[in-house]
Design a binder for this molecule. Structure first.
Ligand SMILES: NC(=O)c1ccc[n+]([C@@H]2O[C@H](COP(=O)([O-])OP(=O)(O)OC[C@H]3O[C@@H](n4cnc5c(N)ncnc54)[C@H](O)[C@@H]3O)[C@@H](O)[C@H]2O)c1
Length: 345
């Protein structure tokens, strides 16, 4: 199968590219190479004759038309997005342009290409989204695919908008879409502004480890390679027009997650232990959703998917990866905004 993957130079997109090439799919990686991108993430796949790269901004419809006409994909996996909630608080405009207008351009470019090709049955447009579109949970309950949307940050609102467009293009034009809404990912190649790599790198350098608010916010953590596996499964076997929630079955408060990472650091990099002494509570993010939790019944029962990595094991692998890959993350610390407190309101 020939896949057009947008955002393939980012964190999750690159895991999809690596896995898809490993499984023998042709992949066209379409990415604008924003601050969050790194072609090193796909260096392993780039040597394969199954892989090609197009530097292309999804805000540019004409460029997208050219990419579709040139590569003639069997399916689209749309991951390109502005993805950092804190940046969306300081500068929401880019989130509206890429996540909403960019998705609109992707849908229109895909639709024109699909119609021109005679509406082949096998074509798929897979839109990759987040559990954040569902808003914030109380102490109990989980998000199902039927939970009403209630986004509360510019990021989640822009992703919710894109999800609505994708469903509308299916209902109105018959475009064969599938959607997925996933919980928080972590793992290798995670850009060093997100919580897990921030904790590892602050601990490594002996700097304060910032934890927002009281640290009691709950997320459901999924190892990125498990997410990539689930995405390829939904693409291949998911029912057209349907959405699937993907979760790690690993709920943890931020403070527990941070303490677990610190414990792995104590073990794997004893210098500076106990690293948990570096934890420093900082002003909370405005509108910080309290709890997310995924009910993964649909993907488990319909498609037989479960995460393969526990959070304990995944975090250990992730700490090991960052300790072994300084050459990957060191240059990224100089990128705009990295290491600064963003989105404090
Ligand atoms: N990270 C998570 O925990 C998580 C969880 C659920 C869903 N998601 C979704 O998965 C997708 C990927 O997330 P990620 O964490 O890998 O993001 P990321 O920020 O690491 O990567 C995003 C990629 O998209 C590219 N991009 C951004 N704007 C673009 C544009 N206008 N045109 C073309 N390319 C552009 C960037 O260059 C980058 O390579 C996003 O759609 C996100 O909403 C993320």
């Amino acid at each position: 199968m020939k896949l057009l993957v947008t955002g393939g130079a980012g964190f999750i997109g690159s895991a999809v590219v690596r896995l898809a090439v490993e499984r023998g799919h042709e992949v066209v990686n379409v990415d604008a190479l924003t601050y969050a991108a790194n072609l090193q993430n796909v260096a392993g796949a780039a040597g394969s004759n199954l892989y090609s790269f197009e530097e292309c901004d999804i805000r540019n419809r004409e460029a997208l038309d050219r990419v579709f006409a040139l590569h003639k994909p069997d399916a689209v996996m749309h991951l390109a997005a502005e993805s950092h909630v804190d940046r969306s608080i300081d500068g929401p405009g880019a989130f509206i342009e890429t996540n909403i207008t960019g998705t609109y351009n992707m849908l229109e470019a895909a639709r024109a290409y699909w119609v021109e090709a005679g509406k082949p049955d096998h074509f798929r447009f897979h839109h990759i989204s987040t559990d954040e579109v569902f808003g914030s949970l109380g102490e109990t309950g989980k998000f199902t695919e039927d939970t009403p949307y209630d986004p509360r940050s510019p990021y989640s609102a822009s992703k919710a908008g894109s999800d609505h467009l994708v469903r509308a293009w299916h209902e109105t034009y018959g475009l064969p879409v599938v959607l997925t809404n996933c919980s928080n990912n972590y793992g290798p190649y995670h850009f060093p502004e997100k919580l897990v790599p921030v904790v590892i790198l602050k601990a490594l350098s002996g700097q304060p480890i910032p934890v927002y608010g009281d640290g009691g916010n709950v997320r459901d953590w999924l190892y990125v390679e498990d997410h990539a596996d689930a995405l390829l499964l939904v693409l291949g076997k998911g029912q057209v027009g349907r959405s699937y929630n993907i979760g790690g079955e690993n709920e943890a408060t931020n403070i527990d997650l941070v303490r677990t990472i610190c414990a792995h650091m104590d073990d794997l990099h004893p210098e500076g232990a106990p690293h948990a002494d570096l934890i420093s509570f900082v002003t909370d993010r405005p509108g910080h959703d309290r709890r997310y939790a995924i009910d993964p019944t649909r993907i488990r029962e319909e498609l037989g998917w479960r995460p393969s990595v526990t959070v304990e094991e995944g975090l250990r692998r992730t700490v090991e990866w960052y300790l072994a890959n300084r050459d990957w993350w060191q240059p990224l610390l100089a990128r705009d905004g990295v290491g600064k407190r963003l989105g404090a309101g």
